[in-house]
Design a protein around this ligand. Structure first.
Ligand SMILES: Nc1ncnc2c1ncn2[C@@H]1O[C@H](COP(=O)(O)OP(=O)(O)O)[C@@H](O)[C@H]1O
Ligand SMILES: [Mg+2]
Length: 230
């Protein structure tokens, strides 16, 4: 992967000046690792924990975040806004946002190879990049090259171990394998039944009192908050 995508020119900075506070990119070349789940959880955690005005931008044609948002009981929960767009035209999606946001969380499709140019522009325009991954060898193998590419663009990036089993041997091995390629979020999100159950009602574990994984999701957000310099 690192060889396939074109490297940025030295000093190239396409970071937007102005309206939008910070941009967080959630990306992985592997499907089903929790990109959409992490986008939703992090957006809500930023709004609940830090009182930020947050939007999610869904650039995946499968529209996992848009579908979740359509079920969200917005009179009962903290507000986050939702936008969608085509990855190749993400700049237009930002230009069309009708409000100012402290944070925009960007969910992306798995197909990074099909969108090399747009992915590079996205990476260069974001303040932090989070790469969710599972803990098994095939997961970590596919994300480490991607991390190397993202970091070669000068991005501030970290891995997130998601849907994991922290007491297992493969979890401990995954931590070391990932750290060889880049930083790892110090808080992981285990495999929690509450996460998909609440998602099917347009919610996250942060929206509901007393959820076991709420501290984990907030921990991930606090790591990203530090990364982005809020
Ligand atoms: N920490 C977790 N615990 C349990 N289930 C999870 C967790 N993270 C994601 N999932 C579930 O895994 C599936 C894939 O997640 P998703 O966010 O759609 O992945 P991606 O966007 O990378 O394709 C979904 O059914 C989601 O509810
Ligand atoms: Mg998704």
């Amino acid at each position: 992967m690192a060889d396939v995508l074109e490297k940025p020119r030295k000093g190239e900075d396409v970071r937007p000046k102005g309206r939008i506070g910070r941009r967080l990119l959630i990306t992985s070349p592997k499907g089903g690792v929790g990109k959409s789940t992490t986008s939703r959880n992090t957006a809500v955690a930023a709004a609940v924990e830090s009182g930020l005005k947050v939007a999610i931008l869904d650039l995946d044609p499968q529209r996992g975040c848009v579908k979740w948002f359509a079920m969200r009981p917005d009179d009962k929960v903290v507000a986050v806004d939702m936008y969608d767009g085509a990855i190749e035209k993400f700049e237009d999606a930002f230009a069309e946002m009708d409000e100012d946001y402290d944070l925009v969380v960007i969910d992306t499709p798995t197909s990074v190879e099909e969108h090399k140019g747009a992915m590079k522009r996205l990476i260069l325009s974001c303040d932090a990049v989070l790469i969710p991954t599972g803990q098994h060898w095939d997961d970590t193998k596919s994300v480490t090259d991607w991390m190397r590419y993202v970091r070669s663009c000068g991005a501030r990036a970290s891995f997130l171990l998601n849907r994991c089993k922290p007491r297992t041997k493969s979890f401990k091995e995954a931590r070391v394998a990932l750290l060889k390629a880049g930083p790892l979020c110090p808080v992981e999100v285990p495999d929690r039944e509450d996460i998909p159950t609440l998602a099917s009602a347009g919610l996250t574990v942060v929206d509901v009192n007393g959820m076991k994984s709420s501290d984990e999701v907030i921990g991930v957000w606090l790591h990203l908050k530090n990364e982005m310099g809020f």
